[in-house]
Design a protein around this ligand. Structure first.
Ligand code: F6P
Length: 343
């Protein structure tokens, strides 16, 4: 039987286990394929660190958060013993015919390079941020939006009781999809996203407007939002090369500024990795299972260099290049559509 190896790389995401289960079940049942998992992302591939995956080992996995395989943020060319020649040897020794890489942008670009270097590899897009242009949705996004919406609902009652302005910071470094959707669902009075600049004056005008109607203002801000005059020196570079705020996140920068300007007591909450942990929503379990089954078809067809994606209600095949082409940001008209009812 043909044998394929699955890895999960980059930040984890609710639904990864459902993809693994979908691939193993369909690949095993329909094609008679065997599967192994590489532990901790590319590290497991580079060092041949594997675990057998079969019907029994994926039982009950669709509702489990995180990834049973572990993940890491390092790429196959960054590992000390990485690179295509070593990986080809590892795959040959283990009798593995191809690799299924579940991951975001970093994973897709590493996969593309490995594919061009002669490795049999396919991919599944993954990010809670929903910022991959070639797929309408990624699993994990719906779960994150549900969690952020629940947080807004909870913050609203305590905010109302104390007549405070509540600021919720959600994830989204480059794209504000989680902020936009949870903000709309939770009825936020202002939604701030990386794609759309808003001044402190404007934000405070919305906040005071809400207060003048006797309500407690609710501001949802994506972590990547910046005030026009915010300086880079407020941030430090993390191990992964991304800038992180030195003093808490943008929510914690914003809250005291709002309080100072408006005279309305303001509190901030940073939701953080709560958005990535725990059980996936039913929607994400379905999407992830469908992605998993579709990637089993990809390897059966030996369609190397391809990824699965959602277009409308259909699962389609895309290239690594298509997945990497444009990050999907919130278009200005979609933001304007909801901005008219802020405040
Ligand atoms: O890409 C997913 C994501 O959760 C982003 O929303 C967030 O900016 C980032 O990962 C956080 O990364 P880490 O888990 O490495 O802190």
């Amino acid at each position: 039987a043909k044998r394929f190896g699955i890895l999960t790389s980059g930040g984890d995401c609710p639904g990864l286990n459902a993809v693994i289960r979908g691939a193993v079940l369909k690949g095993g049942t329909v094609y008679g394929h065997e599967f192994v998992g590489f532990k901790d992302g590319w590290h497991g591939l580079v060092y041949g660190d594997i675990v057998e995956l079969n019907r029994a080992s994926v039982r009950g996995l669709s509702h489990e958060g995180g990834t049973i395989l572990g993940t890491s943020r390092f790429g196959p060319y960054q590992e000390p013993d990485g690179g295509p020649d070593n990986i080809k040897k590892v795959l040959k020794n283990l009798g593995i015919d191809g690799v299924i890489a579940l991951g975001g942008e970093g994973t897709a670009s590493a996969s593309k390079r490995l594919f061009e270097d002669g490795i049999n590899i396919v991919g599944v897009p993954k990010t809670i941020d929903n910022d991959i242009d070639a797929t309408d949705y990624t699993f994990g996004f719906n779960t994150a939006v549900e969690i952020a919406t629940e947080a807004i609902d909870r913050l609203r009652t305590t905010g109302n009781s104390h007549k405070r302005c509540m600021v919720l910071e959600v994830m989204g470094r480059h794209a504000g999809w989680i902020a936009l959707h949870s903000g709309i669902a939770g009825g936020a009075h202002a939604i701030l996203i990386p794609e759309q600049p808003e001044s402190l004056d404007q934000i405070c005008a919305w906040v005071t407007g809400v207060r003048s109607r006797g309500r407690s203002p609710m501001v949802v801000v994506a972590e990547g939002f910046k005030l026009p005059d915010m300086k880079e020196e407020y941030s430090v570079k993390g191990l992964d090369g991304f800038n992180r705020p030195r003093l808490g996140g943008i929510g914690e920068v914003l809250a005291p500024l709002i309080e100072e300007r408006t005279g309305i007591e303001t509190r901030s909450t940073v939701l953080g990795h709560i958005q990535r942990g725990g059980v996936p929503s039913a929607y994400d379990r379905v999407l992830a299972t469908r992605f998993g089954m579709a990637v089993a078809d990809l390897v059966a067809d030996r369609a190397w260099g391809k990824m699965v994606a959602l277009r409308g209600t259909d699962i389609v095949r895309i290239t690594f290049d298509e997945a990497l082409a444009n990050p999907k940001q919130v278009p200005a008209d979609q933001y304007q559509e909801i901005r008219v009812i802020f405040g």
